[in-house]
Design a protein around this ligand. Sequence first.
Ligand code: COI
Length: 359
Amino acid sequence: MIFEQRLHPAPVPSAIRDEALADPGFGKLFTDHMIVIDYDADQGGWHSASIGPREPIALDPAAAVLHYAQEIFEGMKVYKQADGSLALFRPERNAARLNASARRMAMPDLPEELFLEAVRKLVDIDRDWVPTIEGSSLYLRPFMFASEAFLGVRPARQYKFVVIASPAGAYFKGGAKPVRLWVSRDYVRAAPGGTGAAKTGGNYAASLVPQAEGIARGCDQVVFLDAVERRYVEELGGMNLFFVFADGRVVTPPLSGTILPGVTRDSLITLLREEGYSVSEEPYGIDDWRADATSGALSETFACGTAAVVTPVGTVMGPAGEFTIGGGETGSVTARMRELLLGIQLGTVADRHGWITRL
Ligand code: COI
């Protein structure tokens, strides 16, 4: 596919950009350009690819996404390597997951090569926006939504695939310091047969009320329990969880259909096994979590995701009160896994699995 290219007529001046890149925060700063590719079932599928200035998207007020939420997204990061080159981490996984989400939401597949080409083009044109301060990267947000103006409830016939980029520092204000979690009693994120394994906006919308409950209690993120028994720990509002035991076992909830199949989650399972830990993907109950943290059988818990990287969990406020894990400090396994993963992403640790794509 040919990409029409329009350079931004008035890009952010470099002095202002560089000042912003010194403290990017998360999700509030954006680069100069964006990718847009249109889909029309009646025009043979994907067509009209462009790279142009980042600008508002005109939508008909009847666009299906505004009514029935046919929308999916991805999150991935560009890392500046020690030699100044740029690299993506397992981008083919994001391309494949977008299509898995698309299938669940009755949306069209986007050819994986087209996804990767779009991402490469945006990074190439906005390469001066990759931040270099420690712990920072250029966060990419590819997304797809139903743009057809039609109010009947059925899969739309027109879509837009868009990629924007956002220079990013740590997701949590405290950086890599242990976070405090709130276990939601009244709300669930996803039920069996629902959309929990798809990266679709509705899952995140559903997390906002319980997330606000947690924030009101001084917590950083909400933990969801399974919808059937309200017993097993599933995931956070936007991250997967790992439980580390003092005897060297590591547990993470299984991909049973209600959990987002994180690229970071998958990578950490591999890295933990290589480090000699026995990792099992199995259900783990909230009562066990509390009892094991209290007895010391559980030594660490960490959250992980593209945005969160590896973030230690210090305290959990659950239905039966609050408990602390590993004295509320960052555990050694958590610290090691964070270092290892970031090392591979930044090119300072050997990439033995071919996870890095140089740009
Ligand atoms: C990511 O980690 O990239 C995500 O998509 C989760 C984000 C919404 C916090």
